[in-house]
Write a protein that binds this ligand. Structure first.
Ligand SMILES: Cc1cc2nc3c(=O)[nH]c(=O)nc-3n(C[C@H](O)[C@H](O)[C@H](O)COP(=O)(O)O)c2cc1C
Length: 357
């Protein structure tokens, strides 16, 4: 790994560039950036496109789509928590047919790389969703959201049992074009995430998305009842980052060749760097988008600087670097002047006043 990247022109005047090359290869797809959106936090990318050019991101990961249109859960379905938020949106959406006709068509016309997230209530529904996508084409990968209740099994969440998680992934794999990578999105609410990862990899997952939200609860001390109409909700934001990082670390350690999309509380380039060092090939930005819609673009630029400041020319080279054997050297920093300021850690509720529902 060479220490200095130089720009063209008169050799005597060439300066080290501030930014590392951000291109990464994710499950055979060449991405210009490892920064993706997180499912459910940017719809199909239309709104974010008003803030920055979404084609510069690695990909848009769309809101999980179900077979039929769905209104989601009753309100209130969002609540603030220290360093994060709790949501129980309940997979509101237009259904797969309208999604393909409107959102997927728009993403294609816009030229954005797209990872379509799907969610079902039964194993069979996942298969039908994958078959519909196979007919439509026009996307780069599927993310299988298995953090949904299985109506055929007393509402047990698919992702919390190795067997049901594997059944879903196997069905999606069989119903999809064999060239399309499938990412299984796992829940951290399990005793051993490596066991679930093992099951879905054996069932045909190309890669893993880690992690979905953690199940949480907030009680309103005025009404003295749970704040969310659905009682419990998914916890996201900086509060869950160490849990997410631990999951990425454990799974990468167990399956070092399996591509991972890491997510959970990423707000800065330095946060994203932590996930790459732990073994993620790409990262999704979710909750941060609600109070800074430009966050994915900003994090992309910050990450390129953070990586370069540590003496690496390419972001690809830091993936899994924290797992190295003790005898491997850390490259000498390129120049500390390019390091972005330390991200402000938040535990103040004012930082989360974007919650309106
Ligand atoms: C409002 C909201 C809606 C979400 N909807 C989905 C969804 O439809 N499908 C899914 O797989 N994950 C969904 N998630 C989870 C995120 O994709 C992500 O895994 C999680 O929030 C952790 O990342 P973050 O802390 O950056 O938000 C949602 C999260 C939030 C906050």
């Amino acid at each position: 790994m060479s220490a200095a990247v130089v720009t063209g022109g008169d050799p005597d005047r060439r300066q080290p560039t501030e930014h590392a090359d951000t291109g990464v290869e994710l499950a055979g797809i060449d991405l210009p950036s490892p920064i993706l959106t997180a499912s459910g936090c940017a719809a199909a990318g239309r709104e974010l496109d008003a803030f920055f050019d979404i084609t510069e991101l690695g990909a848009i990961v769309t809101k999980s789509i179900m077979l039929k249109p769905r209104a989601g859960r009753a309100t209130p379905r969002m609540s603030e928590t220290p360093s994060g938020m709790l949501n129980s949106i309940g997979l509101q959406g237009p259904g797969i047919d309208a999604f393909i006709e409107n959102d997927l068509t728009w993403l294609n016309e816009r030229g954005a790389r797209t990872i379509v997230s799907i969610a079902g209530e039964t194993v069979e529904e996942y298969g039908r969703l994958a078959a519909k996508l196979r007919s439509s084409g026009g996307f780069d990968a599927i993310e299988v959201n298995i953090s949904c209740p299985n109506v055929a099994d007393r509402g047990q969440v698919f992702a919390c049992r190795a067997e049901s998680a594997a059944q879903v992934v196997q069905t999606v794999r069989r119903s999809s074009d064999s060239r399309i990578p499938i990412f299984a999105k796992l829940s951290p609410d399990v005793t051993d995430i490596v066991e679930i990862a093992d099951a879905v990899i054996r069932a045909g997952a190309t890669g893993l998305s880690l992690i979905n939200t953690l199940l949480g609860l907030v009680i309103d001390t005025t009404t003295m009842r749970p704040t969310l109409a659905g009682t419990t909700g998914g916890l996201s934001g900086p509060a869950i980052r160490p849990v997410a990082l631990r999951c990425v670390w454990q799974v990468h350690q167990a399956f070092p060749t399996i591509p991972i999309i890491g997510m959970g509380g990423i707000r800065s380039g330095r946060d994203a760097l932590e996930f790459l060092l732990a073994g993620a090939t790409a990262v999704s930005v979710g909750t941060a988008v609600f109070h800074d819609p430009s966050a994915p673009s900003r994090i992309h630029t910050e990450l390129a600087r953070e990586v370069r400041a540590r003496g690496f020319d390419r972001v690809q080279d830091v993936i899994g670097f924290a797992h190295r054997a003790d005898d491997r050297d850390v490259p000498s920093p390129a120049s500390t002047q390019h390091t972005t300021p330390a991200p402000q850690e938040t535990s103040s509720l004012e930082d989360w006043d974007f919650i309106t529902e």
